[in-house]
Design a protein around this ligand. Sequence first.
Ligand code: ADP
Ligand code: TZD
Length: 579
Amino acid sequence: MADVLEIRPQESAEENAQQMTDGFHLVIDALKANDIDTIFGLVGIPITDLARLAQAEGMRFIGFRHEQHAGNAAAIAGYMTQKPGICLTVSAPGFLNGLTALANATTNCFPMILISGSSEREIVDLQQGDYEEMDQLNAAKPYAKAAYRVLHAEDIGIGVARAIRAAVSGRPGGVYLDLPAKLLSQTIDAVKAKQSLVRVIDAAPRQLPAPDSVKRAIDLLKGAKRPLVLLGKGAAYSQADKEIRAFIEKTGIPYLPMSMAKGLLPDTHEQSASAARSFVLAESDVVVLVGARLNWLLSHGKGKTWGNPKKFVQIDISPQEMDSNVAIAAPLVGDIGSCVAALVDQVGDDFPQPPKEWLDAVSEKKNKNLEKMAATLAKNPTPMNFHSALRVLRDIVKQNPDINVVNEGANTLDYARAIIDMYQPRKRFDSGTWGVMGIGMGFAIGAAVTSGKPVLAIEGDSAFGFSGMELETICRYELPVCTVIFNNNGVYRGTDVNPTGGKDVAPTVFVKDARYDKMIEAFGGIGYNVTTPEELEKALKEAIASGKPTLINAVIDEAAGTESGRLTNLNPQSAAMKK
Ligand code: ADP
Ligand code: TZD
């Protein structure tokens, strides 16, 4: 750390003057002291110089066209690395644009820090109408895991340290750090400043499970007749890949990955029960949740989806997660690596393997469903539909198993998740816990910058629209992102009509036959327009091999999608209207 803070000469260099530094420098020094090397953001008063300085001091500053996408990039960087991603914005509106991403990160348990410049406390608190005046700290609080403000330059080191620890320790989440303009220009004695820096030690300490909790879980598992393991994105985040694989393989229990946990073990693993999802959820009797919450994505652990009564083992770092929706018979609170390792320790050669009838039933169901899916995928309708296009993407990912996959939309999300096998951990990034649209280009940029590897962004045409302007960012930084737009002329599909016969199109309908490929050409990227699986395959191969910013406008049958994809049960009004 000795070389972190360079001492800068005072501007009015009087003889023997004390050497001074300022808030701008200290923020950068505090981040660098904690090995943070990238900032995603968008400049303006009062943080433009902060961004300039970050770059001048050797950090990477990735400038966006809208703060929400900078925030999403930071969030996904945090998820990939277990280090908080940093998003930097201006005050009030810029902050609010970033807040959506901060809230999404908190909801998904991604560690990130939103740093926003703010206007002066004296004016904000008396509501005297400052430039971009807003009480940002209080606005951020309900949507962040923690929110802090620093008022004195000597507290910058501690403020950054608190933000880092809050973001990554325990259940990860989004943290807001408020930096008023005056703080940034405050000067401080350089020696004192250097001493005020804090390097966070063991930011996310291991949290060991209690031995009696481990025993309770093992006893429950030993008595199971139809056990199932459910892996969530918390399991992927924890980077306990080896322990999780050992647990699955030693116990022989079938497992289901949640969307972003796909690839933690390759989806082609023989114990994967993905293709028999409904069957195993309904029929299992003991379910081990590993970093997965029983929220709406898992029907809250009850109802028809879950069929037979069952007992849950839940592994989570957050004690409050237990019993959130249904009773948890064996809570295992701790970090996933430690908890799973503790379970593996108890799984000796005498550990009972799941009964053969259960494994046979799962594989029979799985094979049947895989055959059905293969038949659907083999069809070649004209125009192309979701399935025939996704067959091509599935094969491309198989050939490029280390490619990062970003995915959003309704039908585009639901079908891609089911059809595209993943082979490596933390390579799939999608709409997540909220089912939010708009993560596409932000996640793509974050994933490309963080991994240095290519990204395939699979986007519904509506979903893409939320972040489409970031194509310019992708082109500006020459990122190897290939965006494929499933273009069916609207939200879900493009065939709705205005029942009044009026001039306005239906609420779900877009401009027909839009050419999204031309958008990327405006910024020097390469665009393709394809209408058949053969054309799509050729374009994809060329695009990925080029390593350049590319966009493929894949024309899909405008009648192919269903309303809300597979979420029709959450859309009762629409179902009623159609009656
Ligand atoms: P999914 O959407 O894939 O089902 P969720 O986001 O619902 O996953 O759940 C992730 C869970 O993982 C959260 O409850 C979070 O507290 C937990 N978690 C995150 N990181 C860890 C970790 N390192 N150890 C234990 N639990 C973790
Ligand atoms: N706004 C935000 C921020 N998130 C949302 N999830 C929605 C609106 C509602 N919404 C969905 O849930 S999916 C979707 C919207 C607008 C787009 C679906 O259309 P698409 O995908 O073209 O992206 P498909 O594949 O054609 O269904």
